[in-house]
Structure formats: structure tokens, C-alpha cells
Design a binder for this molecule. Structure first.
Ligand SMILES: *[C@@H]1O[C@H](CO)[C@@H](O)[C@H](O)[C@H]1NC(C)=O
Ligand SMILES: *[C@@H]1O[C@H](CO)[C@@H](O)[C@H](O)[C@H]1NC(C)=O
Ligand SMILES: *[C@@H]1O[C@H](CO)[C@@H](O)[C@H](O)[C@H]1NC(C)=O
Ligand SMILES: *[C@@H]1O[C@H](CO)[C@@H](O)[C@H](O)[C@H]1NC(C)=O
Ligand SMILES: *[C@@H]1O[C@H](CO)[C@@H](O)[C@H](O)[C@H]1NC(C)=O
Ligand SMILES: *[C@@H]1O[C@H](CO)[C@@H](O)[C@H](O)[C@H]1NC(C)=O
Ligand SMILES: *[C@@H]1O[C@H](CO)[C@@H](O)[C@H](O)[C@H]1NC(C)=O
Ligand SMILES: *[C@@H]1O[C@H](CO)[C@@H](O)[C@H](O)[C@H]1NC(C)=O
Length: 580
């Protein structure tokens, strides 16, 4: 009964959908669509019909605006990488009949050299303009006249150098301004005037060298600011006073050498801070004391030798910490005290850290879910390494020197779901290893020293054909023997494999041993012969014999003459080994 009702309901729904489609088809009788484009109706956010036009074949010389339906809400003109368009835009969408419904306009990869005055005049519904990957060199206020409801403007990947004062003054509703990958070298005064609602600004990959604090007076609602690789050596902290609502700050790949302890003192709402790829050599005490809401902190790829004992003070909400690729060789345990209950991911990769330093930190981080241990020259990891990290879900031990799969270690990490052990020196996996691997959802085993002979590869080939590991193993490449180097496991079968390297090697070593023995016997016989001759020659020189005797026991000689100094030489060595 219940099932029947459900069925009928479904029927009604299908019929209704058909009615809508037919209505739309009637509606669309007068839809015109240029031959190089596709035009279709979609449901927009307000659940209304929205006409969407896409011209994405490339090689266009002009926009076929006369053939475009003036009711279009979304227009996408782009080109595949090898076939760019060569387009210009003037007021084509406003005259003679304006595209009054136009909400989104994308003109991408089209070598547009400039926008032209009043191009968007009267397009009151336009919310988003996407002109990424063009050849714009300058923009000005007149380009954007009339875009009173525009909220998003994307100008990434152009050649913009010039932006005069008040360039965006007509865009009073703008919330997102994206300008990465241009040639902007200065922010002129009042550049962002009238952008009071702006909350996202991306200036990354521009040769700015310096940020003019003055321009930030006009964008005090900013919440996300990115200036990655802007050639910055410092930021005038006055800027941070002007944008107290900032939640995300990306200053990665700049040239910061030093940050003061009050650097970020005004950014009390900060949640994400990226300082990776700079030249910081120290994180001083209390540096983030006022950033109590910080959740993500990246300090990767700097020159840090040490985190000061109080460098993470007050970071009780920190979830992700990336300190990979620095020069850290030890920790102060108290550094991590503030984050013990919050930290979920930590990346130690590429430091000079011995495992015992890492293990001490992991012992105080019971909530940890993700650990990065790549590029640490690890040969093995002790079995009890993750004893205190029972929530471990993701582990990266790539780019190390592991010879054997850490089976025993991983039997204790019950919830592990992601394992990257690529670029190590594993040469085989036995059945136990493979069974453990089967229970891990994503595994990367590539770029290891897989040995493709019957002994080493047998279990792997069996698992390749019968289990969930099939795709993972299929894509591995043999490293030895030389004959099979680079061959995919997927192209192997057991019969075509060589005999086991181990038995082969054993045979070889027996032969080699025998040969060595022969050589040794021969050598012994020859030496004996020689010696007896020499002795015969020097039989009468007593002096010679005495000297030989002295050289046999040099320590006796040392002991007799200077015992004290030997003792003092040895003492510090002993202390050092004890201390390390
Ligand atoms: C801009 O257009 C390109 C090509 O259609 C698209 O891939 C990209 O996501 C668009 N960007 C935005 C922010 O919509
Ligand atoms: C892009 O603009 C520059 C400067 O105006 C010009 O030299 C170059 O030829 C333009 N490139 C294309 C593909 O139009
Ligand atoms: C666009 O902005 C004008 C002026 O602010 C406003 O009257 C109008 O309602 C807006 N249009 C839409 C569709 O929001
Ligand atoms: C840590 O936060 C507390 C409470 O907001 C504050 O009083 C203290 O000064 C902060 N510590 C540092 C080092 O800024
Ligand atoms: C460090 O490891 C974390 C977690 O495994 C990862 O999300 C992050 O991308 C890594 N960082 C770098 C620089 O590789
Ligand atoms: C390991 O180091 C190499 C060389 O520096 C680097 O290319 C690679 O990205 C690093 N891998 C990880 C996971 O850190
Ligand atoms: C596996 O690791 C290799 C080498 O580190 C890398 O090139 C590859 O992209 C990784 N594959 C996946 C699926 O993560
Ligand atoms: C190969 O693995 C996939 C999942 O990765 C599984 O759905 C499929 O059944 C496996 N094939 C064989 C032959 O086991």
C-alpha cells in the first residue's frame, strides 16, 4: 500500500517535470542560439528558469552578440588552452537592446586587450564578471560604470599594471575582487574608494614589494586578504589595525625574515594564517597571543630552527599546524601545551628531526588525525610510535628510506584511512602487509624499489587479481631485475617472472664463497712461502726484530709515557654519547 502511494507520487512528479520541460520548450520557441554555442535552460538559485549560453570551442574573432538571446542570464565565452579567442568588448551587451537579465558574464582566455568605456552600462542585474586569462593592461572607473549590483569581479591572469585612484568607485556592491597574476606594482591612494562592502581581496602574484596602508582605509570590512608572492619584506602593521575583521591572511612565498611579537596583535578574528615559503628563522614567544581564534597556521618552507617555548601561547583553537621543510632539530615540549586538545593535523616533514623528538610531541597530542613525516630520512619507525594517537586517520611517510612495510606499527593504528608511503625503498609486500593495506581506503605505494621475481612479487600478484588492492598494485612499476625495470605490475604474470632473487643470490653466494676460499688458500700458501724467505734473509739482525715488537703494541708505549692525557681525551667523548 505504502509502496503504491510512493509509486504514484513518483509518477506525478515525472509527469510534472515533463509539463515543465514542455512549457519551457514552448517558452523557448524564440530562443536563438549561435551555431558555435550551446544554449540551455537551467534552474537558478531562486529556482527560476535561467538561460545559459556557452561558447567554448575557441578560435573566435568576435562575440556573435546578434545571435545571442537577450534573455540570457549566464554567458560563458571561453576557449581551450591551445585555441584562444581574440576578442574585444565594447558596449555589446547594452546596445541596442540591453541584456537586462544578465547575471553572470564570463569572457575568458580571449586575449581581450581592454574593456572599453560604458561596456556594462545598464546591466543592473549583473552580479559576476569573470575576465580571467585575457590581455588587459589597464582598467579604470569608466569600464565599470553602471554595475551597481556587481558583487564579484575576477581579473586574474591579465597584464594589468595601471589602476588609477577610485578605479572601482561605481562598484559599490562589490564583495569579491580578485586580481592575482597581474603586473600591479603599486596601490595608489584611494584605489579602493567606495568598496566599503569588500570582504575578499586577492592581490597574489603581483610585484607589489610594499603595501600602501592608506588604501586599506576604504576596505575596512575585509575578511580575506591574500598577497602570496608579492615580493613583500614586511607589512606595515597599521594595515592590520584598519582591517580588524580579517579572518584569513595569506602572505605565503614572500620575503619576510622576521616578525615581531605584536605583529598580528590587532587581528583578533584571524582564523587562517599562511606564512609558508618565507625566510623566517624564528617564531618568537607570544607571537599569536591575541589570535585566539586561529585554526590554521602554516609556517612551512621557512628557515625555522626552533619554535620558542611560548610561540603557540593562547592558540587553543589551532587545528592545523604545518612546520614542514624548516631546519627544526628539536622541540620544547611546553611549546605544544596550548594546542594539545585542539590540534588535529601536524606536518613535521623535511626537518632535521630525529624520531624521538617527534615521538615526544606526539605523546601529548591525543587528538591528532593527520601526521606528515615525509622527507625525514627514516629507515624505520618504532612499533609503539603512535601509541598515544589512536585517532590517526592519515599518515604521510613518503620520501623516506623505509626498507620494509611497517606492518607492526600499522596494526596499532586501527582507524588509518590514508597512507602515503611512496618514494621509499620497499621491495616486497607479504601477505600480512597486504591484508593490513586492504583495510586502508587510500594507499600510495608508488616509486618504491619493487622487486619483480617470483619470491618477492608472488603475494602482490595474487592480491592484484583478487582484492580491492587491484588498482593500487596494478599501477606499481618494477625496479629490479633490470630486465623488468619500469614494467607495470598489471602487465606481469607469475610464470614470466624470474626465479627468486633470494635463492638465486644464495646459489651465487655459495659459488662466490667457494671461490673466495680457493683464493684465501692460495694467498695463505703464497704468504707463508714469502715470509719464510724473508725470515731467512733477516735472521741475523736483532735490531730489526726489536723494532717490530714495539710496533705491535703501541698502546703499551702510550700508557707508559702519558696515561693521564689519554684519560682526559676519552672522558668528554663518553659524556657526549651519554648526553645524546
Ligand atoms: C571564470 O571562467 C572560467 C572559464 O569558464 C572558469 O573555469 C572559472 O571557474 C571562472 N571563474 C569564476 C570565479 O567563476
Ligand atoms: C598583449 O598586450 C601586449 C601589450 O599591450 C601586447 O604587446 C601583446 O601583443 C598582446 N598580446 C596579444 C596576444 O594580444
Ligand atoms: C540593483 O540595485 C538597485 C539600486 O541599488 C536596486 O534598486 C535593485 O533592486 C537591484 N537589483 C536587484 C536585482 O537586486
Ligand atoms: C592570552 O589571552 C588572554 C585572554 O584573552 C590575554 O589576557 C593574554 O594577554 C593573552 N596572552 C598573550 C601572551 O597575549
Ligand atoms: C603537511 O601535511 C599536511 C597533513 O598531512 C598536509 O595537509 C600539508 O599539505 C602538508 N604540507 C606540505 C607543505 O606539504
Ligand atoms: C620531499 O623533498 C623533495 C625535495 O626537496 C620535494 O620535492 C618533495 O615535495 C618533498 N615531499 C614532501 C611530501 O614533503
Ligand atoms: C603517489 O606518490 C607519487 C610519488 O610521491 C606521486 O607522484 C603521485 O602523484 C601519488 N599518487 C597519488 C594518487 O597520490
Ligand atoms: C578491483 O577493485 C575495485 C575497487 O577498487 C573493485 O570494485 C573490483 O571488484 C576489483 N576487481 C577485482 C577483479 O577484484
Amino acid at each position: 500500500m505504502f509502496m503504491e502511494i510512493k509509486f504514484i507520487k513518483q509518477k506525478i512528479v515525472t509527469v510534472w517535470i515533463w509539463v515543465i520541460i514542455l512549457m519551457r520548450a514552448c517558452d523557448g520557441v524564440d530562443i536563438s542560439c549561435p551555431s558555435e554555442c550551446t544554449c540551455r535552460s537551467t534552474i537558478n538559485l531562486e529556482e527560476e528558469n535561467a538561460l545559459r549560453v556557452e561558447c567554448t570551442q575557441g578560435d573566435m574573432q568576435s562575440i556573435p552578440v546578434d545571435f545571442l538571446d537577450h534573455k540570457a542570464e549566464i554567458v560563458i565565452i571561453s576557449a581551450p588552452p591551445g585555441r584562444p579567442n581574440y576578442l574585444t568588448i565594447g558596449p555589446i551587451f547594452t546596445q541596442p537592446t540591453p541584456f537586462v537579465n544578465l547575471r553572470e558574464l564570463h569572457i575568458v582566455n580571449s586575449n581581450v586587450p581592454s574593456i572599453g568605456q560604458y561596456s556594462f552600462w545598464g546591466l543592473q542585474n549583473l552580479r559576476l564578471v569573470n575576465l580571467t586569462h585575457n590581455n588587459l593592461t589597464s582598467i579604470g572607473a569608466d569600464n565599470f560604470r553602471g554595475l551597481i549590483n556587481l558583487t564579484e569581479l575576477y581579473l586574474d591572469f591579465n597584464n594589468i599594471e595601471q589602476m588609477p585612484s577610485e578605479t572601482f568607485r561605481h562598484l559599490t556592491a562589490l564583495k569579491i575582487l580578485s586580481l592575482p597574476h597581474n603586473q600591479i606594482s603599486a596601490l595608489v591612494p584611494r584605489l579602493f574608494r567606495m568598496l566599503a562592502k569588500l570582504f575578499f581581496l586577492d592581490l597574489s602574484y603581483n610585484p607589489l614589494v610594499d603595501l600602501n596602508p592608506e588604501v586599506f582605509k576604504d576596505i575596512q570590512q575585509l575578511q580575506i586578504f591574500k598577497c602570496r608572492r608579492c615580493l613583500l619584506q614586511r607589512v606595515n602593521t597599521q594595515i592590520y589595525h584598519l582591517v580588524p575583521h580579517l579572518e584569513e591572511l595569506d602572505l605565503g612565498e614572500n620575503q619576510f625574515k622576521y616578525l615581531t611579537s605584536d605583529e598580528f596583535i590587532s587581528l583578533k578574528k584571524l582564523k587562517i594564517l599562511k606564512l609558508d615559503g618565507n625566510q623566517l628563522s624564528v617564531v618568537v614567544d607570544n607571537m599569536f597571543g591575541r589570535n585566539r581564534e586561529l585554526r590554521v597556521l602554516s609556517l612551512a618552507r621557512n628557515r625555522l630552527a626552533l619554535l620558542a617555548p611560548a610561540s603557540l601561547t593562547n592558540l587553543t583553537s589551532l587545528v592545523h599546524l604545518d612546520i614542514s621543510h624548516n631546519k627544526i632539530d628539536r622541540f620544547h615540549l611546553q611549546t605544544f601545551a596550548p594546542v594539545v586538545n585542539s590540534l588535529k593535523t601536524i606536518n613535521f616533514s623535511g626537518n632535521n628531526l630525529p624520531l624521538n623528538e617527534i615521538s615526544i610531541v606526539l605523546q601529548v597530542l591525543p587528538q591528532i588525525h593527520e601526521v606528515g613525516l615525509a622527507n625525514l630520512s627514516l629507515n624505520e619507525i618504532p612499533v609503539n610510535f603512535f601509541t598515544y594517537n589512536e585517532h590517526l586517520v592519515s599518515l604521510d611517510i613518503s620520501w623516506n628510506k623505509m626498507l620494509t612495510f611497517p606492518y607492526k606499527l600499522l596494526t596499532k593504528t586501527k582507524f588509518l584511512q590514508h597512507l602515503d608511503i611512496s618514494r621509499n625503498r620497499l621491495y616486497t609486500l607479504n601477505e600480512e602487509d597486504l591484508q593490513r593495506l586492504e583495510a586502508i581506503a587510500s594507499v600510495n605505494l608508488s616509486k618504491n624499489h619493487w622487486r619483480c621475481d617470483q619470491c618477492s612479487a608472488e603475494a602482490m600478484l595474487v592480491y592484484m587479481t583478487t582484492t580491492v588492492l587491484n588498482m593500487t598494485i596494478r599501477q606499481l612499476k618494477c625496479h629490479s631485475p633490470l630486465r623488468l625495470r619500469g614494467v607495470f605490475f598489471g602487465d606481469l604474470n607469475l610464470d614470466s617472472l624470474e626465479l627468486c632473487a633470494t635463492t638465486h643470490e644464495a646459489q651465487m653466494s655459495v659459488i662466490a664463497g667457494l671461490m673466495l676460499l680457493c683464493v684465501a688458500i692460495l694467498a695463505a700458501v703464497t704468504t707463508a712461502l714469502c715470509c719464510s724467505r724473508r725470515r731467512a734473509a733477516h735472521y741475523y739482525t736483532n735490531e730489526e726484530k726489536r723494532r717490530e715488537h714495539e710496533h705491535e703494541h703501541p698502546e703499551e708505549l702510550l700508557g707508559r709515557t702519558d696515561l693521564g692525557s689519554v684519560a682526559t681525551i676519552h672522558a668528554p667523548v663518553h659524556l657526549m654519547t651519554k648526553g645524546s
